[in-house]
Design a binder for this molecule. Structure first.
Ligand code: FEO
Length: 399
C-alpha cells in the first residue's frame, strides 16, 4: 500500500527487516534497511527511484494496485546503484517508452547494469521538469555522493528534497518519519552510514551542501532513499553532515587489536589504563577486531581523535583481522586522526613496523614509534604499556 508523505507525494518503497548485510557482505545492517521509492501524483505522475531487484516483482505488483502503470509519465533515477534501480527491468518491460530522467553518468551506469536502451533523458544541475499544478522538479547533480551518477531532485511547492543515499540510514522502521523513531538508534545508523559510505567524499559533501544552501530554497522534508524521512527540523541532518564532513572527532581514543594468546589484549588493557589515568575525561574504548563488527569499528574510528592498532607478529606479519581493519580504514580516507601501534613478539617482531607503515599509508599521523614488547607481558611490561598510554595522551595534547 502506498503511504502518504505530503500533498500528492506517497512512499511506495520496501522495508527490508531481514537485511543483515549490504553491498554484499561489506556493510553490516544490524537494523535492516529500506529502499524508498516515491510516487508523485500531480497533473503528471512521477516515480522517483525503485527498489532492490529481489523485491522487483512485489514492487511492480504493489504499484499496479495503486495506479495504472501506463499513467506514469516520468521516472526519475536519482542513482543507478542496484538497490534503487533494481526494479527498473521489471517495470520497463511493462512501460518501455516512459522517459527515465537521470544524469549523463546515470545513463552510463544504468546501461552498464542492465544493457537496455531505455528512453533516457539526461539532466544537469538546474534543469527542471514541470509536473503540473504549478509544481516543478529541479535536478541537482551530486557526483561522488556517493557515485558519479548520483543526483538530488527537489520538488517545488512541497519543498521536498529527494536526496537518495545522502542523509540516509540503514534502518528499517514501520514509521516513515524522523520524529517517530528512537533518536539514539536513528543517529547511530546515520553516523554509521556516513562513516562507512561518505567519509572518503567529505570535501565534496561540504561543497555540495553549501551549494544547495546557497540556493536559499525552503526545505520542508528530506526524503532519503534509505531509512526514515527527515520532516521534523529536517536540516538537523544537514548540520550533522557539515560537522561530520569537517574531520569529525570526539574526545575518544579507540584501541583496536587482535590477539593469539592474550598478550596483545593485556597490552591493550594496560595502555587503556594508562590513557584513562592520564586523562579521565577521554573516552577510551577497546575493540578486538576479530570479534567486533568491522563497520561498527569504522564508526568508532570516525568518532575518535586517535586510535591505536595492535597485533602480535605472526609469520613475519600481522593478524588478518587487523590487516582487514587498516585496509578498510585506508579506503575511507580518515583525516586529522593520530595513531600509534603496539604488539608483542617472540622472535622476529615485525608487527609494529608493519602497523606503523599501514597507519601512515592510511592517513593517520603517528605520534611515536610504537610499543614493541618481547614474549608474554609481565608486570614490568604492563607498567611500560601503562606508561606508553600516558605518554600517548601527552603527545596528543602537544599535537
Ligand atoms: Fe543506496 Fe548508493 O545506493
Amino acid at each position: 500500500m502506498k503511504r502518504h508523505i505530503k500533498s500528492q507525494v506517497y512512499w511506495v518503497g520496501k522495508k527490508d527487516w531481514e537485511l543483515t548485510s549490504f553491498h554484499g557482505d561489506e556493510y553490516s545492517t544490524h537494523k535492516g534497511s529500506s529502499y524508498n521509492s516515491f510516487l508523485i501524483q500531480e497533473e503528471k505522475t512521477v516515480l522517483i527511484d525503485t527498489v532492490w531487484a529481489p523485491f522487483a516483482k512485489d514492487f511492480v505488483a504493489n504499484l499496479e494496485q495503486e495506479i495504472d502503470l501506463a499513467s506514469i509519465d516520468y521516472i526519475i533515477a536519482n542513482h543507478a546503484e542496484v538497490d534503487h534501480s533494481g526494479a527498473l527491468p521489471e517495470l520497463m518491460q511493462r512501460i518501455p517508452d516512459v522517459p527515465i530522467y537521470c544524469t549523463a553518468n546515470g545513463v552510463k551506469s544504468l546501461r552498464g547494469h542492465y544493457h537496455q536502451d531505455w528512453n533516457f533523458k539526461t539532466v544537469k544541475t538546474g534543469d527542471t521538469l514541470d509536473i503540473g499544478n504549478g509544481k516543478q522538479l529541479v535536478f541537482i547533480e551530486a557526483p561522488m555522493l556517493h557515485w558519479p551518477d548520483s543526483m538530488f531532485t527537489y520538488l517545488t511547492g512541497d519543498s521536498i528534497l529527494f536526496s537518495n543515499d545522502a542523509f540516509g540510514q540503514h534502518y528499517a522502521s514501520e514509521h516513515l518519519f524522523n520524529d517517530q523513531v528512537d533518536q539514539e538508534e536513528l543517529f547511530q545508523e546515520a553516523i554509521k552510514y556516513y562513516a562507512n559510505i561518505l567519509t572518503p567524499f567529505s570535501p565534496l559533501v561540504t561543497k555540495k551542501i553549501k551549494e544547495v544552501l546557497a540556493l536559499e530554497v525552503p526545505v520542508d522534508m528530506i526524503a532519503t532513499s534509505h531509512g526514515i524521512i527527515w520532516r521534523e527540523n529536517p536540516t538537523q541532518i544537514v548540520e550533522k553532515y557539515l560537522e561530520w564532513a569537517d574531520q569529525y572527532q570526539e574526545n575518544r581514543i579507540s584501541l583496536i587489536y587482535d590477539t593469539m594468546w592474550g598478550g596483545t589484549r593485556r597490552l591493550a588493557e594496560a595502555i587503556a589504563e594508562g590513557i584513562h589515568n592520564a586523562d579521565p575525561q577521554v573516552d577510551v574504548r577497546l575493540f578486538n577486531s576479530a570479534k567486533r563488527d568491522k563497520n561498527d569499528i569504522m564508526t568508532e574510528i570516525f568518532a575518535s581523535k586517535a586510535i591505536m592498532l595492535g597485533s602480535p607478529t605472526i609469520n613475519k606479519g600481522i593478524l588478518t583481522s587487523t590487516a582487514a581493519i587498516i585496509e578498510e580504514a585506508k579506503g575511507l580516507k580518515f583525516r586529522g586522526k593520530q595513531a600509534a601501534a603496539f604488539g608483542p613478539y617472540g622472535w622476529s617482531g615485525e608487527s609494529v613496523s608493519i602497523l606503523n607503515k599501514a597507519l601512515e599509508d592510511s592517513g593517520f599521523k603517528l605520534v611515536n614509534d610504537g610499543l614493541k614488547t618481547l614474549w608474554e607481558p609481565d608486570e614490568a611490561i604492563l607498567d611500560t604499556a601503562r606508561n606508553f598510554g600516558k605518554e600517548f595522551v601527552a603527545a596528543l595534547e602537544k599535537g
